[in-house]
Design a protein around this ligand. Structure first.
Ligand code: CMP
Length: 139
């Protein structure tokens, strides 16, 4: 079933010039970009996006990191896009990620982990709408 997921290429990956490599992996995996936006989050944009993690001890540090430099936000479309992207990203902690995954290649640790991807259809809906009006999606 064709579905959409939200991906973020995080500030650490943008800084190391990995945008092209990461977008190439999406395309090779059959995840087609239908919206792309480069931007820098304010702290409050990051806090709103990660509101579900508000009670976690790493929340403040995560939001500081996510607003520390430019990011690339994408909507990816394809069959089972949410699961496919999560497999392609690898485990949250790059040390536990499988070879061939984006986090294994580009992540440094559990916080500076190169990419984000929606974890469920409900989350994808919220996350896509957080950045893109429906009319911006071209797929
Ligand atoms: P992401 O997939 O963007 O979703 C939430 C983020 O919180 C996660 O990637 C990591 O960047 C970060 N995160 C998750 N667990 C931890 C942790 N234990 N310590 C620090 N950061 C974390």
């Amino acid at each position: 079933m064709s579905e959409r997921t939200l991906a973020i290429i995080k500030p650490d990956a943008v800084k190391k010039n990995a945008i092209g490599d990461i977008i190439a992996s999406y395309e090779k995996t059959g995840l087609k970009p239908v919206a792309i936006r480069m931007m820098q989050f304010s702290k409050s944009t990051a806090e709103g996006f990660y509101a579900v993690h508000k009670a976690r001890p790493f929340f403040d540090s995560l939001c500081t990191f996510m607003s520390s430099g430019p990011v690339v936000v994408l909507v990816l479309q394809g069959d089972n896009a949410i699961k496919k992207n999560r497999e392609l990203m690898g485990a949250t902690d790059p040390a536990k990620a499988e070879p061939g995954t984006i986090r294994k290649a580009h992540g440094a640790n559990i916080e500076f982990n190169a990419v984000h991807g929606s974890d469920s259809p409900e989350t994808a809906k919220f996350e896509i709408a957080y950045f893109f009006p429906e009319t911006d999606l071209v797929g």
